[in-house]
Design a binder for this molecule. Structure first.
Ligand SMILES: Nc1ncnc2c1ncn2[C@@H]1O[C@H](COP(=O)(O)OP(=O)(O)OP(=O)(O)O)[C@@H](O)[C@H]1O
Length: 256
């Protein structure tokens, strides 16, 4: 069974001029897949992620996560669904400044009332694997951007969600931190079989995915698969971005 199915989703924003932000988009993610979504500015990437995250309603079509239909749940059930089944990672990290790194990481477990000893054990184990053990007792403003994003990855994954949604996770990071963060994603995907869907403008970040979907004008335009070689995949992504007429991040090439 697919972890995520997007079925013929359309989204129209009504207004003086109505915008068709998504136009009949269908695709599925199997368990353990790591998939990127790319496309020019305004092509509908954020809308798609928001519809999957239940932050926004599709105008038509449906989203199915692990056989559940989140858009058919009432508000309370939807909030619980989001907390249990999904993990979120954002461009601006969205950590809570008044909590330590460790407290941020265990937040999803705290909300579910897990025993403290169990929370500490899980956060320490994850922090070791993500190389942030030394900053567990610091506050977000005392650590680097890369460490903040790895903290966000730990928080998004500590409760073993069905699906992790990442929106421009390297958007605020320099090249070294981006590499560390993408390697962390890759490691969690391989070792935990975490299913990840990531929106990005960054061809370097996208080259860590198994598959990249390209959208243009709200429609699925194409998809490419990685194969063995990340460098070759990076080049294919750059080529597809130029074909789409979107902006490509040329600086990415120096990170190979
Ligand atoms: N709340 C809204 N109301 C009206 N139109 C919207 C709204 N949100 C997005 N749109 C429009 O829908 C289209 C898709 O927007 P979306 O933000 O999904 O694109 P994107 O691919 O994420 O862009 P970017 O890469 O610049 O973040 C755009 O034309 C945008 O102007």
């Amino acid at each position: 069974m697919a972890v995520l199915e997007v079925r013929e989703c359309s989204k129209i924003y009504e207004g003086t001029i109505s915008t068709r932000a998504l136009d009949n988009v269908s695709f599925a993610l199997e368990r353990g897949e790591f998939v990127g979504i790319m496309g020019p500015s305004g092509s509908g990437k954020t809308t798609l992620l928001n519809v999957i995250a239940t932050i926004d309603e599709p105008t038509s079509g449906d989203v199915v996560v692990e056989g559940q239909h989140p858009h058919k749940l009432d508000l309370e059930e939807m909030a619980l669904f989001r907390r249990r089944e999904l993990g979120f990672i954002f461009q601006h990290f969205n950590l809570l400044d008044t909590l330590t790194v460790e407290e941020n990481i265990v937040l999803p477990l705290t909300l579910d009332g897990a025993p403290v000893a169990e929370m500490k054990k899980s956060s320490l184990e994850l922090a070791r694997r993500l190389d942030i053990e030394s900053v567990l007792h610091k506050f977000p403003q005392e650590i680097s951007g890369g460490q903040m994003q790895r903290t966000a990855i730990a928080r998004a994954m500590i409760h073993h969600p069905s699906l992790v949604l990442a929106d421009e996770p390297t958007g605020n990071l320099d090249s070294k931190a981006s590499k560390d963060v993408m390697e962390a994603f890759g490691m969690m995907n391989r070792e935990e079989r975490t299913t990840i869907l990531m929106v990005t403008h960054d061809a370097f970040a996208a080259s860590f995915c198994h598959r990249v979907l390209f959208i243009k004008d709200g429609r699925l335009y194409n998809e490419i698969y990685r194969g063995e070689n990340r460098q070759a995949f990076f080049q294919k992504i750059i080529d597809m971005m130029s074909l789409l007429g979107g902006e490509t991040d040329h600086l990415s090439s120096i990170r190979l």
